[in-house]
Design a protein around this ligand. Structure first.
Ligand code: IYR
Length: 225
């Protein structure tokens, strides 16, 4: 098969042009904004407008991906019956984790977060976004099409999703009960999709508290060569 690059013309790219002083201000401001984000485990049941959720998912959908396959599906669950099914199934796995699977080291590492098997936020938060990774896809003739670097691509998209949620003034938590197979069944997703992460999204509960964790210093995470 001969592939002609002429068949795929490029289009001009118009970058936003900003002066260095403005770049400095923006990068500092964005860091301060990002640094205010915290994972939240206690939610208000206050509903959130659908359009905000759509904008958040649109933003995640701008992520780069292997061969631009965009190998993701964002399932937004607001139906209380489905949320409750997810909670019941997640708590079964979490109970097993905290009672049997967890190691001593892991228990010690989780102690500052104050977590346990109970996940009431899965009922309380107005929505749960379940992100599925598409291991492959089907084209219009139902032929399997390959996807590339799916884990990397979806990790980037979820990072952008989290940032978009925070930017809109909402809070979330990345939750990965293990195994997560139940999500495909409850949400009736096709066989090419595997659950990647589950994220309750909403407003924080009143007077919510968070663990007193510290971020690593820049010198610990940045290496100049
Ligand atoms: N999935 C469990 C345990 C847990 C594991 C890690 I690694 C965390 O950073 C936090 C929790 C739970 O959600 O409680």
């Amino acid at each position: 098969m001969k592939i002609l690059t002429e068949d795929y013309p490029f289009i001009p790219y118009f970058p936003e042009t900003i002066v260095e002083e403005e770049m400095m201000t923006r990068s500092r401001g964005f860091y301060h904004h990002a640094n205010k984000r915290r994972s939240i485990r206690h939610f208000s049941n206050r509903p959130i407008p659908r359009q905000i959720v759509e904008n958040i998912v649109r933003t995640a959908g701008t992520a780069p991906s292997g061969a631009n396959k965009q190998p993701w599906t964002f399932v937004v669950v607001s139906d209380p019956k489905l949320k409750s099914k997810i909670r019941i199934a997640a708590e079964i796995e979490e109970k097993e984790f905290y009672k049997r699977k967890i190691t001593d080291e892991w228990r010690k590492d989780l102690a500052p977060l104050g977590t346990d098997w109970k996940k009431p936020y899965l009922d309380i938060a107005p929505i749960i976004i379940v992100v599925f990774r598409q291991v492959y896809s089907f084209d219009t003739n139902k032929t399997k099409r390959k996807h590339y670097f799916v884990m990397e691509s979806i990790g980037i998209a979820v990072g952008m999703l989290i940032t978009a949620i925070h930017n809109s003034g909402l809070v979330t938590l990345t939750h990965t009960p293990s195994p997560m197979k139940f999500l495909r069944e409850i949400l009736k997703r096709p066989i090419n999709e595997k659950p990647f992460v589950l994220m309750p999204v909403g407003y924080p509960a009143e007077n919510v508290t968070v663990p007193d964790i510290k971020r690593k210093k820049l010198s610990e995470i940045l290496v100049w060569k």
